[in-house]
Design a protein around this ligand. Structure first.
Ligand SMILES: NC(=O)c1ccc[n+]([C@@H]2O[C@H](COP(=O)([O-])OP(=O)(O)OC[C@H]3O[C@@H](n4cnc5c(N)ncnc54)[C@H](OP(=O)(O)O)[C@@H]3O)[C@@H](O)[C@H]2O)c1
Length: 257
């Protein structure tokens, strides 16, 4: 299959939210890809990032880990500046950060559970984190090679596809992420025209995030992390010039907003 990175000699990549789940899966897959020259991986909590940190010890020249909480702009900015100095370029960014449950935060089943502070937390992590990354990583894409800024969104954030209701904060925060990045795609097309900005739905994947909600998912619809990452990398490799600003499902189909 033709790759959108065809002609690019080596790839510098960044995976944000790489401590576990889909992000850690991206790191493992990209480490095995001969085209990848460097991987910058971020984690928030050293405890949950132990496997990632161990992996970086066995790949000291290829994989570097940094602590970045995407809700703290100063951390995002400092990390991006460090990458600019040390690596200079990025060809692929995979933003895999997201929360559905966190501490006392649970997805809402009804309006009675709407709580402004919880909603703010969803937006802080799931929406604003993504646009802060797009803001501070833009200078690393201005190198003229094909590059991709991909953010994991969720089909549940599709307004047109919402027939079930519930999960107000998670849904709305993913819809907001999509709008932020669709808008960023337009600005990137002017300032870094070779960069494609896309949102990706991974499909229900067996991770910490989905585990409490897997009971009604048929086994054939619950993907392993390896399967999800293989499928998403396939979507990324297949991107063309017209695809920037679009919202893709794991099978490469476009999702409604
Ligand atoms: N799994 C699914 O079925 C599914 C379906 C649709 C969409 N998604 C989306 O896919 C993405 C990856 O989710 P996952 O299933 O791999 O979940 P996961 O295993 O829970 O991983 C989420 C990642 O986000 C990181 N993170 C959370 N808050 C952060 C913050 N403030 N700053 C930096 N990193 C933060 C976590 O770090 P810590 O280890 O420190 O918590 C972890 O690395 C998310 O955007 C999710 O919404 C997942």
């Amino acid at each position: 299959m033709a790759s959108c990175f065809e002609g690019v000699r080596s790839l510098d990549v960044a995976v944000i939210g790489a401590s576990q789940g889909i992000g850690f899966g991206f790191v493992r897959h990209l480490l095995a890809d001969d085209r990848v020259r460097s991987i910058e991986a971020t984690y928030r909590n050293p405890e949950s990032a132990k496997p990632l940190l161990e992996l970086s010890q066995s790949h000291p020249t290829h994989l570097r880990c940094s602590l970045v909480d995407v809700t703290d702009e100063s951390q995002v900015e400092a990390w991006a500046n460090r990458l600019h100095q040390d690596v200079g370029t990025l060809h692929l960014v995979a933003n895999c950060v997201g929360i559905l449950q966190e501490g006392a935060i649970e997805p809402e089943k009804s309006l009675r559970q709407i709580d402004p502070d919880r909603l703010l937390r969803y937006f802080q992590v799931n929406s604003i984190g993504g646009i802060l990354l797009a803001k501070h990583l833009l200078p690393l894409f201005r190198h003229g090679d094909r590059s991709v800024f991909a953010s994991i969104s969720a089909k549940i954030g599709s307004i047109g596809d919402n027939y079930l209701g519930g999960w107000y904060g998670y849904r709305a925060s993913k819809a907001a992420l999509n709008m932020f990045l669709r808008t960023a795609a337009i600005e990137y097309s002017r300032k870094s025209p070779r960069t494609l900005v896309v949102m990706l739905h991974p499909g229900t994947t067996d991770t910490r995030l989905s585990r409490p909600f897997q009971r009604n998912v048929p086994p054939e619809k619950l993907f392993s992390i390896d399967r999800t990452v293989t499928q998403l990398l396939g979507v990324i490799e297949g991107l063309t010039d017209d695809d920037s600003g679009q919202f893709f499902s794991w099978d490469g189909s476009r999702l409604p907003w």
